[in-house]
Design a protein. Structure first.
Length: 292
């Protein structure tokens, strides 16, 4: 009788362990991911990084999830069925992407995964809030409040995540004060480490290009390449000044994080890049977020 009781207790204990391990595995799958996997949880709050444009501002972020890597070409092809990138490679970040391409990807990925698309996209009526003289598309893109699908980060969300969220150590770049530890930029993104002044012939002769995602050190949250590889689209109009408030109109969208062509200064967390929504280039990509 005692033996049977002991075996029963042991089996119950093993079952409990299995349940816990399974739950941990599911949790990890949602927050720790492979290079084509899930998202990382970001606990919201006020900006901690003293170098950020949002430090000391009355900006309080809600919890959200963000992809640890820039969207890869493999991920893009699985959703969109093509690969527009100039530099081809499964684990290279997708590039040659317009802002419109990025929001369309978000919606299509949402639908494929059974989520409610975050954006309402009207291709037939020009956005009255788009003041650009060069944007020939001007799709009207609005937010579906409460939708749980994929979306672009706001500028504040991008800076907060790049800074390390509540774990931030107020570093200049995302994860380090030494750009070479965390960023691919014009000096280190080719065959040799370049010196001297930035010149396009030097970059071209050095065969600079995008690099596989996750090749440098992560930041405090386990996020990679937020200070260089490709520049990343954000939701906001650039015309909102320091980014502390969302502008309702403009002619340019915010891009963050520098890129393999850019100077090291462009990889600083606080640097505000800009690009017309219909613009694209071999150093222009994005990453996705979802609301918490």
């Amino acid at each position: 009788m005692r033996t049977r009781l002991t075996i029963a207790v042991w089996m119950i204990a093993m079952l409990a362990v299995a349940v816990v391990l399974s739950a941990c595995s599911r949790e990890a799958a949602g927050t720790e991911s492979g290079k084509d996997g899930g998202l990382v949880f970001v606990e919201g709050g006020k900006m901690v990084n003293v170098r950020s444009n949002f430090y000391g501002k009355n900006v309080i972020l809600s919890d959200y999830y963000i992809s640890p890597y820039e969207v890869t070409q493999r991920q893009w092809r699985e959703i969109m069925g093509n690969n527009p990138s100039y530099y081809q490679g499964e684990q290279l970040p997708v590039e040659m992407i317009t802002w419109y391409d990025a929001v369309e990807y978000c919606n299509r990925r949402s639908m494929k995964e059974g989520l409610e698309p975050y954006y309402a996209i009207d291709r037939n009526h020009a956005d009255p809030n788009n003041r650009s003289d060069n944007d020939t598309l001007k799709w009207t893109v609005t937010i579906r409040e409460g939708a749980n699908g994929y979306r672009l980060p706001t500028e504040a969300e991008w800076e907060y995540a790049a800074s390390g969220g509540k774990k931030s150590k107020s570093r200049l770049y995302s994860g380090s004060n030494d750009a070479d530890e965390v960023a691919w930029y014009w000096r280190n993104a080719g065959d040799h480490y370049l010196s001297g002044d930035w010149t396009w012939p030097a970059i071209e002769n050095n065969r600079n290009r995008t690099q596989a995602v996750g090749g440098k050190k992560p930041n405090e949250l386990g996020l990679y390449d937020m200070s260089g590889n490709v520049r990343e689209w954000c939701w906001n109009w650039y015309e909102d000044g320091d980014g502390s408030a969302a502008a309702k109109s403009g002619s340019l969208r915010v891009v963050k994080g520098g890129g393999w062509i850019g100077d090291v200064s462009n990889g600083a967390i606080s640097f505000r890049g800009k690009f017309e929504a219909n613009g694209f280039g071999p150093d222009q990509g994005f990453r996705v977020v979802r609301s918490g």
